[in-house]
Design a protein around this ligand. Structure first.
Ligand code: UFG
Length: 328
């Protein structure tokens, strides 16, 4: 039986496809390539198209004996979601609804869903636990939370079993160096810092140095993309072995400030990486750090590349050798 990965050409999706193939899984990818890259997908079984293309989606379910879906396909930029909320309701929520309709129709009952720390909004506790208050402060987090809720109702009505994985800050690149992060435009901290080190940008703009943290810059929990990928495989094992649904935070449980990340990148790249202080970015919480104890206990998840140095080094290996990402 096969596993369908939607959005499998994206950053986390492509690393998850690599992980599943290394585990011997049969993987099918569906991706519209609006953000993803065909070169990032290791499996031959690739469909280019949109989940909202019902005819195509049904063809995928008819052509293959699908056991489970790993659902990444979505838009994921917090700032853009505030500017264009309807795009996020369409690309994220409606897409997930269409996918679930098809899953129910073809009797597929297992789904691993790509959720986010943005479902919590301003955290009430640090580290954040799965049971903490969820009050998203942007449409991106809101649509992801709505999908988690939809999944719970689908479990009750149709027996759909789900695992929602709430990622903190995905970073790094595959340790083999063949795939990595390539967003256009790039908005994430580590790739931007490395583009400065690689001479593609003049400097890093630090968004705010007046937050209530030790050095005034925001603190995040950076987690290696391959460790995230591995959590998806463990989530699928849980769905295979036990009944019921669950949600898990995925982070290393340790926070680093923007200045600390910059310092570590200077050390690894040997580049001075100039920076300037810029105004705060709207919607950035001061501190986001995960408690991933539940994932460790229930999934047996143990991040392997869990130091900031390993994360930045792997990203740097990718950026150095692929300054233009997947574009040759
Ligand atoms: N930052 C800068 N300068 C930059 C880019 C980022 O100072 O040029 C700062 C941000 O203000 C933030 C930190 O670096 O404090 C990390 O920013 P990223 O954009 O790399 O990541 P976010 O924390 O904003 O976003 C991540 C995920 C989202 C998720 C969000 C939850 O990428 O998908 O966490 O808040 F929604």
């Amino acid at each position: 039986m096969a596993v369908l990965v939607t959005g499998g050409a994206g950053y986390i999706g492509s690393h998850t496809v690599a992980e599943f193939m290394a585990k011997g899984e049969e993987v099918i990818v569906l991706d519209n390539l609006q953000k993803g890259h065909r070169e990032a997908v290791l499996t031959e079984t690739f469909y280019q198209g949109d989940i909202r293309d019902t005819e195509l989606l049904e063809r995928v379910f008819i052509n293959h004996d699908i056991e489970a879906v790993i659902h990444f396909a979505a838009d994921s930029l917090v700032g853009e979601s505030v500017q264009e909320p309807l795009k996020y309701y369409d690309n994220n929520l409606i897409t997930a609804q269409r996918l679930l309709v098809c899953m129910v129709k073809y009797g597929v009952r297992k789904i691993v869903f790509s959720s986010t720390a943005a479902t919590y909004g301003e955290p009430e506790n640090i580290p954040i636990r799965e049971t903490d208050r969820k009050e998203p402060t942007n449409p991106y987090g809101e649509t992801k939370l709505a999908i988690e809720t939809m999944l719970r109702w689908c479990e009750q009505a149709y027996g759909t079993q789900s695992v929602a994985l709430r990622y903190f800050n995905a970073a790094g690149a595959h340790i083999d160096g063949h795939i990595g992060e390539d967003h256009r435009p790039e908005s994430h901290l580590i790739p931007i810092i490395l583009q400065v080190a690689g001479g593609q940008r003049k400097d890093l703009a630090i968004y705010g140095d007046d937050y209530p943290t030790a050095d005034g810059t925001c603190i995040r929990d950076y987690i290696h993309v391959t460790d995230l990928a591995n959590a998806h495989w463990l989530a699928l094992q849980k769905l295979r072995q036990t009944e019921g649904s669950a949600a898990y935070n995925l982070g290393n449980g340790e926070g680093f400030s923007v200045r600390e990340v910059l310092e570590k990148a200077r050390e690894i790249t040997g580049h001075s990486i100039p920076m300037q202080i810029a105004p705060r970015r709207v919607g950035d919480p001061a501190i986001l750090v995960a408690s991933s104890i539940r994932a460790q206990e229930e999934l047996g998840w143990k991040p392997e590349f869990n130091s900031l140095g390993q994360i930045i080094q792997s990203a740097w290996n990718w950026h150095k050798n692929h300054p233009n990402g997947f574009v040759k």
